[in-house]
Design a protein around this ligand. Structure first.
Ligand SMILES: Nc1ncnc2c1ncn2[C@@H]1O[C@H](COP(=O)(O)OP(=O)(O)OP(=O)(O)O)[C@@H](O)[C@H]1O
Length: 377
């Protein structure tokens, strides 16, 4: 396959400095080794980790048919709505490095929060389960053979802030087949991750190559800086883009008001309460309050694992539209296809919320969005 360098992969509003290009090309020069490379991108919040990860995926797709992407950034997810930890395979180069797009992950868990803070143990365990899935599917079964059959892995991490070093170090240690660690730095040294292989114990030999690059954005003094973004707004947009998928793409929904009304009018799925389990993550809810807490919220639609050691697979998100306690039925809106929905037997509730802007549309009465639609508890 003819190869173009990473320089040719940049998009209009994204600037790829030479340093980034060279760093990204390293992964493809060294890719003749077996097994396929595993690269992890880390650095401070808003330093460009996601943008660099997308560039790495594009560079790898010039050499490999498929690239796996392990998204550990629950607050700013790449291919899913927020609150999910996922492993996705990609087979097409992204033409615009500045925008995320929704994709159906190969494996996905509902973590149910936008940060690992509340439950770092479960967070790391989910990531390890996803990595293990990658390892068993793509490293062990194919024998790690180089070439088109091999599937490299890019891991994007959550923005590093002081106090979270143990979490990142543990994550690095879990992923034993790491080849490259891309560490993005900014000029304000105190905000950077410690230099060198900070995650290794003294007696643990370093195997991964550490590649340090500066953030691409510079101020007028040529200092590498962070680009602030409105994380909450971006999360709300991802949730709305996700539920927009409930409707055909040619249906005219261009404003929040139109989406809100379309969701209010959308026929929900009926789920018999007796056919599912309900689990609240990160908090305990008294039995008598379970339905009150579920009503008009976002839930993870999951398939309970028979093996209690495993996390339940999540097939997507749903909005609990209403609950009829007399009929023992839950009404759920979701873009998940019926075939996948039939396997769902567990609803997971966390802290992922319906965007306020969707609930506050003029003419709709929150949380039911409009009158005369469905009975509720
Ligand atoms: N090379 C670049 N050229 C232009 N803009 C960039 C570049 N790198 C990052 N940005 C912009 O900076 C902002 C932060 O980038 P990005 O989302 O990649 O950072 P991040 O480190 O992944 O953030 P987070 O810590 O929230 O996960 C975005 O608006 C992005 O478009």
């Amino acid at each position: 396959m003819a190869s173009v360098g990473s320089g040719e992969l940049q998009s209009a509003n994204i600037f790829i400095p030479q340093e980034w290009s060279d760093a990204a090309d390293t992964i493809s020069y060294d890719s003749n080794t077996s097994p396929a490379p595993v690269a992890l991108v880390c650095g401070p919040k808003n330093s460009g980790k996601t943008t660099l990860s997308r560039l790495l995926v594009n560079v790898l797709l010039q050499r490999y048919k498929k690239v796996a992407y392990l998204d550990t950034d629950v607050g700013q997810t790449e291919f899913t709505p927020p609150g999910l930890l996922s492993l996705t395979t990609i087979d097409k180069i992204t033409s615009d490095l500045s925008i995320p797009c929704l994709k159906t992950p190969e494996r996905c868990f509902f973590f149910g929060d936008i940060s690992s803070k509340r439950d770092p143990k479960t967070y790391l365990a989910c990531i390890f389960a996803l990595y293990d899935h990658y390892r068993k599917t793509y490293l062990l079964s194919i024998g790690g053979s180089p070439g088109n059959a091999a599937v490299p892995l890019v891991i994007n991490t959550t923005g590093w802030v002081k106090g979270k070093l143990y979490l990142l170090s543990n994550l690095f240690r879990l992923v034993w087949s790491l080849f490259f660690i891309y560490r993005i730095c900014i000029s304000a040294v105190s905000k950077n991750l410690p230099a060198g292989a900070f995650w290794l114990d003294d007696d643990n030999g370093a195997v991964a190559t550490l590649i340090e690059v500066n953030s691409a954005r510079q101020d007028s003094f040529n200092r590498s800086v962070l680009v602030q973004k409105d994380a909450r707004l971006l999360r709300d947009l991802r949730v709305m883009a996700y539920f927009r998928q409930c409707f055909p793409s040619d249906m005219k929904i261009t404003t929040i008001k139109e989406l809100s009304r379309a969701l209010a009018a959308h026929p929900p799925y009926e789920i018999l309460i007796s056919s599912i389990k309900i689990k609240h993550l990160h908090c305990e809810v008294p039995k008598s309050e379970v339905f009150y807490s579920l009503n008009a919220t976002i839930v993870g639609l999951a398939v309970d694992s028979e093996d209690s050691e495993n996390f339940p697979d999540c097939v997507g998100l749903g909005i609990v539209r209403a609950i009829d306690t007399f009929k023992h039925v839950l009404y759920v809106i979701t873009p998940v296809p019926k075939s996948s929905l039939q396997k769902v037997d567990l609803l997971l509730q966390g802290f992922i919320e319906i965007p306020t802007c969707l609930l506050q549309v003029q003419g709709c009465t929150s949380p039911y969005m409009s009158a005369d639609v469905l009975p509720s508890a």
